[in-house]
Design a protein around this ligand. Structure first.
Ligand code: AMP
Length: 313
């Protein structure tokens, strides 16, 4: 049971229609690992600066997240993301990005990290994602996330990275932008033709879909009446998905379908409060309860349609 994530550990400044936060723990690896920690042992490969406070470090520690490979650059500054959401909370507007210590980051994996069973390449520059992927040839399953910035600026490198992974986890706008195909089903087929065995398309408040070469599975989002801050929902989904898979012996499609539900459950908690605030104090009971609600929400009986049968006689 072990899961490695490479990605950003950040200080985010976020504004939504409901509030504002100048500095909170964020980044793809932070959201991912806190979510995954409820299911499995997680290790982070990343970098932070001298301004990274003990307060944030202790959040990671309290979830038993291994940070031996979270490099510290004492005279550097932690990566910063400044974002804003308008009333359409599915769309994040990047106001500014300060790469800081990420500008010179070279991922270094300890032997223990290299032995991890599963690998998640969180949203960072695709060359860096590939560097980590190449150091983990024995990983049983490798998944990747990305964002519009890398699709726009480093597409060739991103395509190379995608060819070397098993599962791509992106949102609908990214799938369209990446393939330049507006129809999501066709876009999904195109991404699968590049090599990955599965594609997960996250659709914010509309749920998520899993595509493989010969199947399609879709789930709604948990029906929440108030969404406060969607920052990190995608990474939290991926953390629940990969964390659950990591706890399973068989990584087949049935496991992936259950993992999709756990991903959605974790993401639904994430959006209820700023940053990682809600997910960091979850209980297993709360997670299981929402898992059961999903089962209820999507369950229906198979009853033959008698009238049509009679009419045809
Ligand atoms: P999401 O799960 O898609 O909402 O991702 C949100 C997280 O992505 C935030 O916590 C940011 O710190 C992080 N992020 C935003 N831009 C970048 C970037 N260019 N590289 C790495 N991480 C980023």
């Amino acid at each position: 049971m072990s899961l490695l994530v490479v990605g950003s550990v950040a200080y985010d400044a976020v504004e939504t229609p409901f509030g504002k936060c100048e500095q909170m723990l964020g980044g793809s690896a932070a959201h991912f690992s806190i979510s995954a920690s409820y299911f499995t042992d997680v290790r982070i490969v990343g970098v932070v600066g001298g301004d990274f406070r003990d307060e944030e470090r202790s959040v990671l520690n309290s979830h038993k997240i291994n940070i031996d490979d979270l490099e510290l650059v004492p005279d550097g500054k932690t990566f910063r993301w400044f974002g804003r959401y308008d009333y359409d909370l599915n769309v994040a507007h990047t106001l500014d990005t300060h790469l800081n210590v990420f500008a010179d980051f070279k991922p270094k994996l300890s032997d223990a990290s290299k032995k991890s069973r599963l690998l998640f390449l969180g949203n960072i520059q695709p060359d860096l994602q590939r560097e980590v992927r190449e150091q983990m040839p024995g990983a049983e399953l490798v998944a990747l996330d990305t964002m519009n910035l890398w699709i726009e600026n480093t597409k060739e490198s991103l395509l190379k990275t995608i060819r070397g992974v098993d599962v791509v986890i992106i949102n609908d706008a990214e799938a369209r932008q990446l393939t330049e195909i507006p129809n999501l089903i066709k876009a999904a087929r195109t991404i699968l033709s590049w090599g990955p065995k599965a594609l997960i398309v996250k659709r914010g408040e509309y749920g998520a879909a899993l595509f493989t070469a010969d199947s399609y599975f879709a789930i709604p989002a948990y029906p929440l009446e108030s969404v406060f801050d969607p920052t990190g929902a995608g990474d939290t989904f991926a953390g629940g998905f990969m964390g659950y898979l990591s706890s399973q012996e068989k990584l087949d499609e049935a496991a992936m379908r259950r993992a999709m539900i756990f991903g959605s459950v974790m993401a639904s908690f994430n959006v209820e409060e700023f940053g990682t605030d809600r997910v960091r104090r979850l209980t297993h009971d709360e997670i299981n309860q929402r898992f059961r609600s999903f089962k209820q929400m999507t369950n229906f009986e198979e009853i033959p349609f008698e009238r049509a049968v009679q009419a045809a006689k």
